[in-house]
Design a protein around this ligand. Sequence first.
Ligand code: CTP
Length: 445
Amino acid sequence: MVKVITYGTFDLFHEGHYKLLQRAKQLGDYLIVGVTTEEYDQTRGKLNVVDSLITRIENVKQTGFADEIIVEESQGQKFRDIKKYNIDIFTVGSDWIGKFDYLSDYCKVVYLERSKNISSTMLRTKQTPIQRVGIIGTGRIANRFIPEAALVSGVNTQCVYNPHFESAEKFAHKWGIDACKDIEAFYAASDIIYIASPHETHYDYISQALDHGKHVLCEKPMCLKKQQAEELFEYARQKNCILFEGIKTAYCPGFSKLLGIACGGAIGNIRGVEACFTKLTDYNTRELRDTEYGGSFTELGSYCLLPILKIFGSEYERISFEALNNESGLDLYTKAYIRYPNGLAAATCGLGVKSEGKLMISGTEGYIIAEAPWWKTSYFEVHHEDPNEVERFSERFLGDGLRYEICDLLSMINGDRKRDFKLTRKESEAMAEIMEKFLMEEQRM
Ligand code: CTP
């Protein structure tokens, strides 16, 4: 009996998939089809799969060509499957020519001609209109956004606005997009507004974007006052628009894995969370020049508050801050201590003070340590009382990591509102409340 194996995502099942499976089956007597999990696709850079794994498996099954369907969930699995199932032929479409030649040491490799003019990517784009992104702000993060957005199918960065038109023009020229002088023209040309301007301008731009019925992706910290955050989320709800705070860590696969393991009993009941993020910056940067809203906590606090709020929630009992300030009263090294009924948390931020950027989660049966830079979560360990008993986990964090949040935002716009569990409205509001308390304590509000 000749055994054949093939793999794919099979998203939005189409004729190309059908023909591929039909021909794969004809290569032998028994066909095994490996369908990828969403997590595995994410790690290999395929971000916006629409159909669930169950739907994709069901569609493969419906063709009647597969004698057996398996799930592909990790790198290296193909080799293991070939051995495990005694495979004679490995096959995929011709878009993969050469990529699987290494398997020819273990079985025959056949590249079947790919059907022309059809792909899941094409269908995904057809099914949902391309979302045009307009960027407000032209700083460092806006520059990182464009190449990341280019990796997510379904969005297209269209234009940029900056009240200093010269900066907008320079930025637009660099990235081959339009610079808008008139803000009305800017809103008319965009479906999603990405706000990457200084913190204190966020509120006005978000309100304005929502007035125009646009979805909003706003850089952190989205708001510096709780009431403003509540008001904006409510306004977005009324306008049926998505308001999304861009804290990239919340959307990256490694952080999701870490939360799942931490909250899944691996270290017993969680009693402590300590997160630290410090950066040595040039004295000429916005965060060190802006004496009203700059400083280490407004700049980096959102990252450190994220694991605390995700694990312990928004209902803390007490919060206090300690900060070392520079001569203009700007905090350079800040610690926020948060007390919960059953846990203690600390967030440490530094600009111009360097410390180890780690995340430590302590529990009744062990602890989890995520290595620096934990906010780009790619490696963490689970430890127990016995120092020899260590479990190690790793996950990819691709590029600058903004692709993950853009992808989740797009899925939410296209109807999958459940994705907001990664950073809820309540969590964003709690962050704004903490920022507000900090600025009041520092007498900057
Ligand atoms: N395939 C094919 N002809 C097409 C599209 C896909 O023969 N027009 C094959 C692929 O080469 C692969 C299998 O179908 O062997 C599953 O591919 P998958 O990546 O799921 O499909 P695509 O439509 O290529 O998906 P995407 O656009 O997301 O890359």
